[in-house]
Design a protein around this ligand. Structure first.
Ligand SMILES: *Cc1c(COP(=O)(O)O)cnc(C)c1O
Length: 406
C-alpha cells in the first residue's frame, strides 16, 4: 500500500510553516514541490559534473553530455516512445506547443484549413493557434466540454470537416481534473489522417502515458509539474512527422554547417534545440522521472483517487460553495467559488492565512472561465503527498471564509 507519510519525507518543503501554520500545499496544478532526489541531482551537477554539453571534447563536457542525453532515454521510456529522435527538450509545454505551431503546422497548413480546439485548453494550447489564425488564415473550431468537463470523440466528430487538419486538446483539464479519452480520439483521427496534438501537462503527473498506444502525433508535458525543475519540458513527436517539420528557433546546436550565405541543419531532436539548454535542470528532470518511475504508479493512482473522493465528498457538504464540474471520474483538481459574497482572491487570501496554498484566478483558461460564466475560480489541486488531514484543514478554512463573508 502507498505510504503517504514516507513520501512526504522526500519533500523537504512540506515541513515548513506558512503564516505560523503548517503548510498545506494544494497548488500542485500550478507547480509541484521537489523531492530530495531532484534537489540533489541539480546540486550534484553543479558541484561535480557541470560543463556545457555536446561541444567540448574535455572530460567534464563529455560527462555532462552523457548525463544530459541519458535524460532523453528516460523521457523516451517514460512516454513509451521508441526513438531518441522523437524526444525534444523544451523549456516547458508552452515552448513545446509553440514549436508544433511553427515547426509543423506553419509548414503544413494553409488558409482555410481548420484546427479543432477545446474550450478546456490552457492558453499555451490556444495562443500559438491564434498566431496561425492571424498569420495564415487558419480557422479555429471550438468544442465546449460537457457538464462533467468531458470532450468525447462524438463531440469532435461533429466538428470535423473536409478542411480539418489538426485537433489540439488537453489530456487532462487543469481546471476540472477531467481526463479525456485521448486514445479513442487519436485512433479515429489517425484513420482520417488528422494530426493530433495532446497537452499532457497535467496528465503525466497522475497517469501512465504510452504515446504509441494512444496513437498521437505530438504529446507534451512540462517538468516543473512533474516534481522536476522549472524551465524544462518534453515534446514527443511521432517520427512520421519529423520529416515534415522545419526548424523553429535558429542558432547553435541545430546546425551542421553555417557559411555567410548558407546553412545546413542538424537532425532531430537537435534541429529543434537551438542554444544552450537548461543542463542542470534537465538532469534534475531526469531525477524527477526516475523518482516517479520508482513508485508503484498503480498504488499511487489508487491513493490519489482515495483522497480525491474524500475531498469531493467533503467539499460537496458545503452547500453554499459553487462547484464547477465536480464529477466522480475527475481527478485531483477542484474548482469552486462562493456565490456573490467573496471573490476567488478573497477565498485564497483567507485560506493562505490558514497555511493553505490554493490558486485563484483564471488558470490560464479564460475561454473556459467565460464558458462557465465566472471571471475566476479557486482551485485546489492535489498531489500524492497530500493527506486527508490537509483536506480537513482546507474544509475548515473554507468554513471560516463563509463566516467572514456570509
Ligand atoms: C501548466 C500548463 C501548461 C503550461 O506549462 P508551462 O510550464 O507554463 O509551459 C500548459 N497546459 C496545461 C494543461 C498546463 O496545466
Amino acid at each position: 500500500m502507498f505510504d503517504v507519510l514516507k513520501i512526504r519525507e522526500e519533500f523537504p518543503i512540506l515541513d515548513r510553516k506558512v503564516n505560523d501554520k503548517p503548510l498545506v500545499y494544494l497548488d500542485n496544478g500550478a507547480s509541484s514541490q521537489k523531492p530530495k532526489a531532484v534537489i540533489e541531482a541539480v546540486k550534484n551537477c553543479y558541484e561535480n559534473e557541470y560543463s556545457n554539453v555536446h561541444r567540448g571534447l574535455h572530460f567534464l563536457s563529455n560527462l555532462a553530455t552523457e548525463k544530459f542525453e541519458a535524460v532523453r532515454g528516460k523521457a523516451m521510456s517514460f512516454l513509451g516512445a521508441s526513438d531518441h529522435d522523437e524526444i525534444i527538450f523544451t523549456s516547458g509545454s508552452t515552448e513545446a506547443l509553440n514549436l508544433v505551431s511553427y515547426a509543423w503546422a506553419n509548414q503544413n497548413l494553409k488558409a482555410g484549413d481548420e484546427i479543432i480546439l477545446s474550450t478546456l485548453e490552457h492558453h499555451a494550447n490556444i495562443v500559438p493557434w491564434h498566431f496561425l489564425r492571424s498569420r495564415k488564415g487558419i480557422k479555429l473550431v471550438w468544442i465546449d466540454p460537457s457538464e462533467s468537463g468531458q470532450i468525447s470523440l462524438n463531440m469532435i466528430e461533429e466538428k470535423i470537416s473536409s478542411r480539418t487538419k489538426m485537433v489540439c486538446i488537453t489530456h487532462m483539464s487543469n481546471v476540472f481534473g477531467s481526463i479525456i479519452d485521448v486514445k479513442k480520439i487519436c485512433n479515429e483521427l489517425k484513420k482520417r489522417n488528422i494530426v493530433s496534438v495532446l497537452d499532457g501537462s497535467q496528465a503525466v503527473v497522475h497517469l501512465e502515458v504510452d504515446v504509441e498506444s494512444i496513437g498521437c502525433d505530438f504529446y507534451t508535458f512540462t517538468g516543473h509539474k512533474l516534481f522536476g525543475p522549472t524551465g524544462t519540458g518534453i515534446l514527443y513527436v511521432n517520427r512520421k512527422r519529423i520529416a515534415e517539420m522545419e526548424p523553429f528557433i535558429g542558432g547553435g546546436e541545430m546546425i551542421r554547417d553555417v557559411s555567410k550565405d548558407n546553412v545546413t541543419y542538424n537532425k532531430s531532436p537537435f534541429l529543434f534545440e537551438a542554444g544552450t539548454p537548461g543542463i542542470a535542470e534537465i538532469i534534475g528532470l531526469g531525477a524527477a522521472i526516475d523518482f516517479v518511475q520508482s513508485l508503484d504508479r498503480n498504488s499511487v493512482l489508487e491513493y490519489e483517487k482515495l483522497i480525491t473522493n474524500y475531498a469531493r465528498t467533503e467539499l460537496e457538504k458545503l452547500d453554499w460553495l459553487v462547484k464547477h464540474s465536480f464529477h466522480k471520474d475527475n481527478l485531483a483538481i477542484f474548482s469552486f467559488s462562493m456565490e456573490g459574497s467573496a471573490h476567488a482572491h478573497d477565498i485564497a487570501t483567507i485560506l493562505d492565512a490558514n497555511g493553505v496554498a490554493v490558486r485563484s484566478g483564471h488558470h490560464c483558461a479564460q475561454p473556459l472561465m467565460n464558458f462557465i460564466g465566472v471571471p475566476a475560480t479557486c482551485r485546489a489541486s492535489l498531489a500524492f503527498y497530500n493527506t486527508r488531514e490537509e483536506i480537513d484543514t482546507l474544509i475548515e478554512s473554507l468554513r471560516k471564509c463563509k463566516k467572514l463573508f456570509g
